[in-house]
Write a protein that binds this ligand. Structure first.
Ligand SMILES: [Zn+2]
Length: 291
């Protein structure tokens, strides 16, 4: 049996076919379609038709909240409000579809062999990208909340009356911990470049990374206090080249909370699955829920 694992982003669609052992047997990349969800479903149907191996079921991750039982999806990134995309994709492809949040998919990929939290039962996952996404694993299972939209970890408030967030609130963690926030603190230098230059000893970039790391430390410590997880995994764009970031986060831990930095040092780790995490994790969740 084959499973399609699809990572739907605002820019690209990453498409993979996985066998029963979750080995990837085919991949494809296509441009994403924003706004028109039916066109996006047809794009995916095209990728399936072009694939040398036909999937039996589909798992897809989207950057947004997937409500259950309604199946309604909200995604600022895809410009969807109340879109029933799972149903559309099922109708267009004729296959069973499991739709999920992209951070949840990335977390599931990290639970596999070689992943950052393989074998662990309690994990907090943060994606530090365009925005900040989150996912939780509690007692070995994804924690979903009553309507499946739990773990919006980018939108708890770390700054009262802080910067206005896209969600409508002010001072959300996302405004201080996303890749865009690092870029803002680095005077417009892109996040990945700021990290690389800081690692090479550029004083201005070191200052920016350190400031950003303090914001991240506040969120990481808060989440540790709430969940006391075995691991807090940092994924997303900022996690590549993130070794220097971890170092600076740990430096700020004692000033954030009355916590031993060693406790956070043991828990904090960088994602390992990176580029294919979304599609692999979507396939894992489809197998878990549809078979
Ligand atoms: Zn927000």
């Amino acid at each position: 049996m084959y499973t399609a694992g699809i990572d739907i982003g605002g820019t690209n669609i990453k498409f993979g076919i996985f066998d029963d052992t979750l080995a990837c047997v085919h991949t494809a990349l296509a441009k994403s379609v924003r706004g028109d969800s039916a066109a996006l479903a047809r794009q995916i149907k095209y990728l399936i038709d072009q694939s040398p191996v036909k999937p039996d079921i589909i798992g897809a991750g989207v950057p947004g909240a997937v409500y259950r039982p309604s199946g309604k999806v909200n995604s600022g990134n895809l410009r969807w409000a109340g879109v029933f995309f799972g149903r559309t994709l099922r109708e267009v492809t004729g296959l069973k579809v499991w739709l999920d949040n992209d951070a949840q998919c990335a977390l599931m990929a990290e639970t596999l062999e070689g992943g950052a939290c393989c074998g662990l039962e309690s994990v907090v996952y943060l994606t530090l990208g365009t925005g900040v996404g989150g996912a939780l694993l509690i007692n070995g299972r994804p924690y979903r909340g009553h309507d499946n939209a739990a773990a919006e970890l980018g939108h708890f408030i770390t700054h009262a009356d802080g910067l206005r967030c896209g969600c409508g609130l002010s001072g959300c963690f996302e405004m201080y911990a996303s890749a865009g926030a690092l870029s803002r603190m680095a005077g417009g230098v892109r996040a990945r470049q700021a990290l690389d230059r800081a690692a090479q000893g550029d004083p201005a970039m070191l200052l920016a990374v350190d400031r950003y790391a303090r914001e991240l430390a506040i969120g990481v410590c808060s989440l540790y206090m709430m969940f006391r997880p075995q691991a807090i995994v940092l994924g997303g764009g900022v996690s590549a080249g993130g070794e220097i970031l971890v170092e600076h986060v740990l430096k700020h831990v004692p000033s954030c909370y009355n916590l031993d930095a060693e406790v956070i040092r043991r828990a904090l780790r960088l994602a390992t699955a990176r580029n294919d995490a979304g599609m692999r994790g979507a396939a894992v969740l489809a197998k878990m829920n549809l078979t």
